[in-house]
Ligand binder design. Structure first.
Ligand SMILES: Cc1ncc(COP(=O)(O)O)c(C=O)c1O
Length: 378
């Protein structure tokens, strides 16, 4: 197997996360406790204490898979539990899709910047990977013409991330349909990592790739929009049952099943998802307002690389600072503020800010960010 690349952002977070006080490196909407969930939803989480702790349902419980199918269904595309496979987080879902699709001799196209897993894993499986760079002139959306030119006879997979981490850009419906139609014409599968969906706070919500394309694949999880990364539960959704069978048979070797307790918690949250999503959309909107005001008042110190339309993260240009890896290291150790350096996404001179976390933490982190910047440039 080809060498594995270091996963920069995960290693950076691991190094500092436990030692900081103000975490704006966090990408999840402010994580919830059971007490808060009870207040928010009016329903208490119950787990049958007489239930035996077996492996549970291998592909995920019918109830959970039906809830996820319901989330991804519309008038035209009605999905059922058969269209859903439960995984250990979206990280497990993405890994499994690549494991099922990409191997030696295959070609994969992946947008960049994005979560590094999406391009590093297919390389690990021996596929050739080309990056489709998202550019300011295209509103940081995939350029369809460029994408078409990159396709080869052995292209198996096009990978997108909607909303995008780290940019917060959202691919609108029309472009998603064009990508899906082009991919289908050429027998290429589209993997859309939708782990930040449905955090569409500043734009219309586009459909999921699994709704748009019969061979399209959507991955998602409980971590970001549902504030429950602690349950480590994600999913793969597709209309293509044959593809799901392949993924399920690969999954037998690395998952068996996901914890039945995590499954039960996920059911409880997804049944009550409206309350959780309302809370998180309001949180992202308010915090993004605070961040925008901070940038406006920063006297040129910071600017948006792209004003986010969805998700809970964005990239800020740190004007006059080239080595943002060093800057964020100083920020973490001396100011106890964590944010990820743009170097983790191959965009030096920038930092990634998560604005879905608690408001007081964001406010304090931004105050310290200015202080650290001024000291750093002295
Ligand atoms: C785009 C993207 N995909 C997948 C993941 C992994 O998420 P999960 O916690 O569901 O494994 C992340 C986490 O940061 C992410 O940003």
């Amino acid at each position: 197997m080809p060498a594995q690349e270091d996963f920069s952002v995960e290693q950076f977070m691991d190094k500092y996360e436990e030692h900081v006080e103000y975490n704006v490196g966090e990408t999840c909407c402010y994580s919830l406790s059971f007490e808060e969930l009870k207040d928010l939803t009016g329903e208490k989480f119950e787990f049958d204490n007489n239930k035996r702790l077996t492996y549970g349902s291998i592909r995920g419980s019918p109830q959970l898979r039906s809830l996820i199918a319901e989330i991804h269904s519309n008038e035209r595309v009605q999905l059922t539990q058969d269209n859903v496979l439960i995984t250990n987080g979206a990280i497990g879902a993405n890994f499994l899709v690549h494991y099922a699709v990409a191997g030696p001799g295959d070609h994969v196209i992946c947008v960049a910047p994005t979560y590094q897993q999406l391009s590093s894993v297919p390389k690990m499986f021996g596929a050739e990977v080309d990056l489709l760079r998202l550019k300011a002139k295209d509103g940081f959306l995939p350029n369809l013409g460029e994408l078409k030119n990159m396709v080869k006879s052995n292209t198996k997979l096009i990978v997108i991330n909607n909303p995008n981490n780290p940019l917060g850009s959202v691919i609108p419906m029309e472009l998603l349909q064009q990508i899906a139609a082009f991919a289908e014409e050429n027998g290429i599968r589209v993997l859309s990592d939708e782990v930040y969906s449905p955090l569409f706070h500043s734009c219309e919500q586009p459909k999921s790739m699994c709704q748009i394309s019969a061979s399209g694949v959507t991955t998602g999880s409980m971590s970001k929009a549902y504030s429950a990364a602690g349950v480590r539960l994600g999913w793969i959704v597709s209309q293509d049952l044959r593809f799901l069978e392949t993924a399920a048979s690969r999954r037998d070797y690395n998952t068996i099943s996901v914890s039945m307790i995590d499954d039960a918690v996920a059911c409880y949250i997804l049944k009550n998802r409206k309350a959780v999503l309302d809370r998180n959309l309001a949180l992202c909107t308010e915090n993004l307002g605070i961040l925008s005001d901070f940038i406006k008042n920063s006297e040129g110190r910071f600017s948006f690389v792209h004003e986010p339309q969805g998700g809970s993260v964005c990239l800020l240009q740190v004007n006059g600072v080239k080595d943002t890896e060093r800057f964020t290291g100083v920020l973490a150790t001396q100011y106890k503020v964590l944010c990820a350096p743009g170097e983790c996404f191959d965009v030096p001179g920038t930092i990634r800010i998560g604005y879905g976390n608690s408001k007081p933490e964001l406010v304090k982190a931004l105050e310290l960010l200015t202080k650290a910047y001024d000291e750093f440039l002295k």
